[in-house]
Design a protein around this ligand. Structure first.
Ligand SMILES: Cc1ncc(COP(=O)(O)O)c(C=O)c1O
Length: 402
C-alpha cells in the first residue's frame, strides 16, 4: 500500500469546526448531545444514567452486538445478521472492504468523498471517473448513457455508487440503479453502495432505497451518524457476503478490534426504531433548511446552485467570481464574518480531466466544475442557517466589487 495523500478537507474542517460562528463546512446534521439522542429515541432521561453506569466495558462481540446487527440487517432486503459487520464509522467499513476486495479498477462518481478513490488508489487500483457536472443554473447532473458507455469500455472490477451523493446532493434514479446493477453483473464486477446519507434521502419516507438485494457481489457501507448529527459516535457497518466480511473482521482484530459497548448501546437505542421522534426531528430540520436555501437561491444574485435532493451538502457557485483567486478571496471574506464554508478545491473540483474539457460538450456548463464556489452544509439550526445565508448574501453582493 502506498502512503495516502493528505485528506484535503480535513485541515479546513479541523481549523474552523471549533471556532466558526456559523459552521456550514460540515457534511452532517447539527451535532446533538447524548441526552437529546437518547430522549429522541424514547429512552427516558431518568433511565439514562442507570443504563449508562451499568454498561460492562468488556470487548463487544467481534462482529458487533447481535441485536444491533439484526437491526441493521432489517434495513437491507434479504440480509440477516450474518451479513452485517459493525465498524468504527463508514470510513473503516470502506477501508476494510477495499483491502479485502483488492479491486484493480474502481469506477465511481467524481468529484466525490476523497476516501472513496484515495484508498483504492493507494492499494494500486486504477480510478475510472464517472463525471458529475453542474450546469449554468448550478444544477448537478449526470449523463447516464455516458456512464454506461464508460463502464462498458473500461470494464471495472468494482463500481462504487455513493447514493445520495456527496458533494452534489444527487440521488440516482431507481431505474438507473437497476441499469447499473445489470451491467455490474454482466461485467462480473463488485458493486459497492456507500449509503452514508440514506436516512436523508426522501421528504416522506424514513430512508431511501438501498442497492442491496442479497447478491453476493453487492456490498453496502453506511451509518446514521452524519444524518442524525453524531459524527463523534464512531459507528458504521458493512453489509454483504459473509466470506468477505469475515476477512474484514480478521483485519479489524489487528486495529480497532471492536466498537466500544458504550457506543454500541447508544447506536442500538437509535437504530431500534427509525420512525422515532429523533429521526422525525432530523428530517424536519433538513426539510426546513432545504426550503430556506431554496428561497435564498431564488432571491440572491451572487450565488447559484440548488438544495440537495438527498444528504446534507450541496455545491454552490459564485456568479461573479472572475478567477480562482477572486473565488478564494470571497471565501476569506465569509470567514471574517464567521461563516465557514468548504472551498470546492478541497474536493478537487477542477482537478479531474473531464472538468477541464467540459466546455466541448453540448450542454452548457458552469464554473462550479472548475471550483469557483463552495460546498455548503445544511447541518445547522434553522435560525442560524437563515442568519448565515443573510451574511453570505451581503458579503457577496459587496464582494462583486472586491
Ligand atoms: C460519502 C461518505 N462516505 C463515507 C464517509 C465517512 O463517514 P464516517 O464519518 O462514518 O467514517 C463520509 C463522511 O463524510 C461521506 O461523506
Amino acid at each position: 500500500m502506498e502512503n495516502l495523500r493528505s485528506f484535503l478537507m480535513e485541515d479546513w474542517l479541523e481549523n474552523n469546526r471549533f471556532s466558526a460562528k456559523f459552521n456550514l463546512g460540515e457534511s452532517g446534521a447539527r451535532a446533538r448531545k447524548v441526552e437529546e439522542i437518547l430522549n429522541g429515541s424514547d429512552v427516558l432521561s431518568s433511565q439514562v444514567l442507570g443504563k449508562f453506569l451499568n454498561i460492562k466495558l468488556n470487548d463487544s462481540p467481534n462482529w458487533g452486538r447481535l441485536d444491533l446487527r439484526e437491526k441493521v440487517a432489517q434495513l437491507h432486503p434479504n440480509a440477516t445478521a450474518n451479513n452485517v459487520l459493525i465498524t468504527t464509522g463508514t470510513s473503516e467499513a470502506l477501508f476494510l472492504l477495499f483491502h479485502a476486495l483488492k479491486p484493480k479498477k474502481v469506477a465511481l462518481a467524481l468529484p466525490g468523498f476523497q476516501l472513496l478513490y484515495e484508498v483504492p488508489e493507494s492499494f494500486g487500483a486504477q480510478i475510472i471517473p464517472l463525471p458529475i457536472y453542474w450546469d449554468t443554473n448550478g444544477k448537478p447532473f449526470i449523463n447516464e448513457d455516458l456512464w454506461l458507455d464508460v463502464l462498458k469500455q473500461n470494464k471495472p472490477d468494482c463500481i462504487l455508487i455513493n447514493n445520495p451523493h456527496n458533494p452534489s446532493g444527487l440521488i440516482f434514479s431507481a431505474q438507473f440503479i437497476i441499469e447499473i446493477k445489470k451491467l455490474s453483473r454482466n461485467l462480473n464486477a463488485t458493486l459497492i453502495g456507500d449509503e452514508h446519507y440514506r436516512f436523508l434521502a426522501s421528504t416522506e419516507k424514513t430512508m431511501g432505497e438501498t442497492l442491496y438485494d442479497g447478491d453476493k457481489n453487492i456490498f453496502i457501507t453506511g451509518s446514521f451518524i452524519k444524518c442524525i448529527g453524531t459524527p463523534g459516535l464512531r459507528i458504521g457497518w458493512c453489509v454483504g457476503n459473509e466470506k468477505v466480511l469475515s476477512q474484514m473482521q480478521n483485519e479489524k482484530n489487528y486495529t480497532t478490534h471492536t466498537v466500544s459497548p458504550i457506543i454500541e448501546w447508544i447506536a442500538y437505542e437509535v437504530i431500534k426504531n427509525i420512525s422515532s421522534p429523533l429521526f422525525h426531528e432530523v428530517r424536519n430540520e433538513w426539510k426546513q433548511n432545504k426550503k430556506l436555501l431554496q428561497s435564498f437561491l431564488t432571491e440572491t444574485k451572487s450565488i447559484y446552485g440548488t438544495p440537495p435532493e438527498g444528504g446534507l451538502v450541496t455545491s454552490l457557485g459564485f456568479r461573479f467570481a472572475r478567477d480562482l483567486d477572486h473565488s478564494e478571496s470571497l471565501i476569506q471574506e465569509l470567514f471574517k464574518l464567521g461563516v465557514f464554508v468548504l472551498p470546492l478545491n478541497t474536493m478537487e473540483f477542477g482537478n479531474f480531466e473531464f472538468q477541464k474539457k467540459v466546455f466541448c460538450n453540448a450542454r452548457v456548463y458552469s464554473k462550479i466544475n472548475q471550483g469557483f464556489g463552495f460546498r455548503l452544509g445544511l447541518g445547522i439550526e434553522s435560525g442560524k442557517f437563515f442568519e448565515a445565508l443573510g451574511i453570505i448574501s451581503e458579503v457577496l453582493e459587496a464582494g462583486v466589487r472586491i
